[in-house]
Design a protein around this ligand. Sequence first.
Ligand code: MN
Length: 262
Amino acid sequence: MRVLITNDDGISSPGLAALVHAFEPVAEVIVVAPEHERSATGHAITLHKPLRAAAAGIPGSAVRAWATNGTPADCVALGMLDLLEERPDVVISGINVGPNMGRDLTYSGTVSGAMEGAIFRVPSIAVSIGAFRNPIFTVAAGFAVQLAQAILREGLPEDTLLNVNVPNLPRAEIRGVAITRQGTKRYISRLEKRSDPRGRTYYWLTGEPAPQQDEEGTDSWALAQGQISVTPIGLDLTSERLRETLSRWVLRVPGGGEGVVP
Ligand code: MN
């Protein structure tokens, strides 16, 4: 098995090292990761400045690794288009420190790294740990290996990927694996407005989880139960429900007589 590992916490993140150490005994591992943290950069790619990749090392490991000035999506593209000599069997993005559930998916660089893998038609997994402090990576890393091996056996349909969130608990306290759907957990954005030493206003965007009930069967619900959440994600963002509704609206070309073709 050949795996391409990326993340959005940066190449020095202990979550990335944990993945590398878990995969190294069973796979050929190549790392292409941002040189510093690029969390919440979503699926941004770099089109207006040069991309650079420098050879790097992962502590305690002999794998080939590159640190880039790009986003997670850039890293996957750099790996696929030049740095890797052969196509990987799986792209793995993580292990992110902090969950990527519900509305997080839109902002997540971790998930976007895996989405970019899926766009390159490589089966891809995003892995995140459900806490921002004192992360325990062992279970998440071991589960990622197991999932990659299952994907090698079973394959994944085109335009899909897996989003994994692991409770930040010791192995003995984790209560199984749940196949979930994307929930609606979101953050309430807040703006800190301050003055810099020169008296000019600056803003700092922040937020906290919105108080809400986790609906059964969702990613955040599973995590709250102490279960590993595996959410199948599709690249197709069409809302079928809204497509039906929209088809009943009367929309015309301005100045013309043509309605919507059903
Ligand atoms: Mn991150």
